[in-house]
Design a binder for this molecule. Structure first.
Ligand code: PMP
Length: 447
């Protein structure tokens, strides 16, 4: 029932159970949080006979706020501005399924079999044409490694580069999925500042210097340069060579995570960092947002030494990416006008972004945001008196969901921000969702 679901969410946000407490606490070092944690641990101890067997890295794992929201946000009466799910209605499912069915018979001995740990050579060739659209033209299939989504790619690169206590510098606010990986490897995440032109080079350099002088090893910069999740901003073309220059100066690797690069609303693409520096950049991209996430297929381009380690890490962790998914993606790329399909997605996401921007201007003019030029997200700054995390149960009662800014930080900050996704709901639903959100905020401001 609705009330059950709302109280489930309220629980999620008010520290009433093991997982829930972990979410609300989120590494805040104050004494209240410590007390909450002690209470949680005693509950976990009493219910889990394995409590003293876990590795320290499992202790660092936290449920993401987005996953915690999933069950309530996916109720049909709730307008969800929370998830980052692509809208797949324009995919030619029927035609594609017929071709896949045939492929699974004709090439069954490969599709149903183990494959290469580096990934299917045909797909590694296919991705070259996609990367060329963002200026990456000097790559051979042998430079590419296929992974189970970019999430797995972030895990693999962290696995081979980072020991516990090593530093990764990342843009603030952080992509939540990457935070989860970094935490599980006990990496220290250091936030560099961003503005409407993306990562600020001076902040990046200052952070490197401060960490080095504290005796830390800075292993890489993790950056989402295009249409950042959740900040919505894009690294300006002018800043790109500057960031690379700083990285080279301190011998810090750059991990460029680029799942949204082809989803610029005006069709503009930005030169990938990898197109400007082949030796110091590991490039990640994914089929999740430009085709469909259910295949769980992404790819990595890395300099030779790193690439060899990534293949070994892939082998150790999954043996090989699934042939069936890789061949399905190739079947799609070989038989459909995928560039046209992506163009259609761009138009659709632009319409939705425009609808959200217009609704925010109409209903929430006292908030501030940068209108993104592509991607899925608006990062909304709300007035000082409001707390996005505490407000969430009231928003769910009003049938609208978002992700509180606190999900994108490890230190409890983010209460004055929220991430609003415009990718999945229709323009009308978006307008309704923002209207409902405004009702909640107006109420909070009155009381
Ligand atoms: N990186 C970023 C910045 C993302 O937004 C996402 C998906 N939300 C991912 C990586 C993970 O994508 P995949 O489905 O390829 O694992």
């Amino acid at each position: 029932s609705e009330s059950n679901n709302v109280s489930e969410l309220q629980g999620g946000l008010t520290a009433s159970g093991a997982v829930n407490t972990e979410i609300s606490e989120h590494h805040r070092p104050d004494s209240k949080a410590t007390e909450q944690r002690a209470a949680t641990e005693s509950k976990v101890i009493s219910s889990d006979p394995w409590y003293d067997s876990y590795a320290a890295r499992a202790d660092n794992m936290r449920a993401s706020e987005i996953r915690a929201l999933f069950s309530v946000a996916s109720r049909p009466d709730v307008v969800s501005l929370a998830g980052g799910m692509p809208y797949l209605e324009y995919m030619p499912f029927r035609e594609l399924s017929e071709l896949i069915g045939k492929m699974l018979v004709d090439k069954g001995d490969v599709a149903w079999q183990y494959g290469s740990a580096q990934g299917d050579p045909h797909l590694r060739e296919d991705v070259l044409q996609i990367m060329a659209l963002e200026g990456i033209k000097d790559v051979q299939p042998d430079d590419v490694v296929i992974s189970n989504g970019s999430q797995n790619a972030i895990d693999l690169i962290t696995r081979i580069m980072c020991d516990p206590g090593d530093v990764v510098i990342a843009e603030e606010p952080n992509y939540v999925g990457a935070l989860g990986v970094f935490q599980s490897f006990q990496v220290d995440v250091v936030n560099a500042q961003t503005d409407e032109d993306g990562l600020i080079p001076e902040s990046f350099e200052e952070n490197i210097k401060a960490q080095l002088s504290a005796g830390k090893k800075v292993k890489f910069l993790y950056t989402v340069p295009n249409f950042h999740n959740p900040a919505g901003v894009t690294m300006s073309v002018e800043r790109r060579p500057r960031i690379l220059e700083i990285a080279r100066k301190y011998h810090v690797l750059v991990v460029e995570d680029n799942p949204y690069g082809l989803l610029g609303f005006d069709g503009q693409t930005y030169p990938a960092l990898r197109s400007m520096d082949a030796e110091n950049v590991v490039y990640l991209s994914s089929f999740s947002k430009i085709i469909a996430p259910g295949m769980r297929i992404a790819w990595i381009v890395a300099p030779p030494g790193i690439r060899k380690k990534l293949v070994l890490a892939n082998e150790a962790s999954i043996l090989c990416p699934p042939n069936m998914s890789q061949m399905t993606i190739s079947t799609y790329l070989d038989n459909f006008d995928w560039k046209q399909q992506i163009a259609q997605y761009r138009v659709m996401y632009k319409e939705r972004c425009d609808a959200m921007d217009a609704a925010l201007h109409e209903y929430l003019p006292y908030c501030s945001w940068n209108k993104p030029k592509g991607g899925f997200y608006i990062w909304l700054k709300i007035p000082e008196g409001l707390n996005s995390k505490e407000m969430m149960p009231r928003a769910i009662t009003a049938k609208v969901a978002y992700v509180a800014g606190t999900g994108f930080y490890l230190d409890g900050s983010g209460t004055h921000h929220m991430r609003l996704s415009f990718c999945y709901p229709t323009p009308d639903q978006i307008a309704l969702g923002i209207q409902r959100l405004a009702g909640v905020m107006n109420n909070e401001l009155k009381t």
